[in-house]
Ligand binder design. Sequence first.
Ligand code: PRP
Ligand code: URA
Ligand code: MG
Length: 216
Amino acid sequence: MINNLSKEHSLVSEWIAEIRDEQVQADRMRFRRNLERIGEIAAFEISKKLSYVRKEVQTPLGIANCKVLENQPVLATILRAGLPLHQGLLNYFDKADNAFVSAYRKHNKDGSFDISLEYLSSPDLEGRALIISDPMLATGSSLVKTIQYLREEGEPSSIHIVTVIACTVGIEYVRREFPQAVIWCGDIDDELTAKGYIVPGLGDAGDLSYGSKTQV
Ligand SMILES: O=P(O)(O)OC[C@H]1O[C@H](OP(=O)(O)OP(=O)(O)O)[C@H](O)[C@@H]1O
Ligand SMILES: O=c1cc[nH]c(=O)[nH]1
Ligand SMILES: [Mg+2]
């Protein structure tokens, strides 16, 4: 299942226009904050799909019958571009547990690349709602490999994928591998370059958030 957060008119469209805009991108703080804001909106939408239990809360004047999350989700993200989006999710799911994975494109001499996964820090995922964020879903290889890796830490009760710009081919790959996962995206683009960049996309989300890195 796929939910496009800009299908309805909302501020998400305005923030996506800003993160795509090469002039606005010069302001790295705004770029990161816009990713974070989209994470906050995604958290609110996902929160409507989770389970709640009744809880009696003592107010200064009486007892209120409230609803609270039955279980806290696990928020996972992929270093490094995932960090601002993850922070947005964590701003709302403030009691969540967290998982971090390092996945990056290791470039070969012929211009092709493999996804290198070197670091994983995760709680037991058995029976938990897993919300995994990465702003760019291009070929889908990073997400697919990351989810395979994370599932070794236990089988989640549900998987939500939060991304900002998703490419059609990557969405299809992720859906084939994990038909049970729900994808939340900010916008969908159809084109992918031979080097795996989304067009029009926004460029390199990691570099735009944190600066360029030496080629690996
Ligand atoms: O769908 P895919 O084709 O796998 O591409 C998407 C991945 O590429 C980017 O990370 P990148 O490798 O640029 O690392 P970075 O976050 O350090 O910039 C992005 O944040 C995703 O993790
Ligand atoms: O277009 C793309 C593809 C992968 N990663 C990015 O940051 N941008
Ligand atoms: Mg990058």
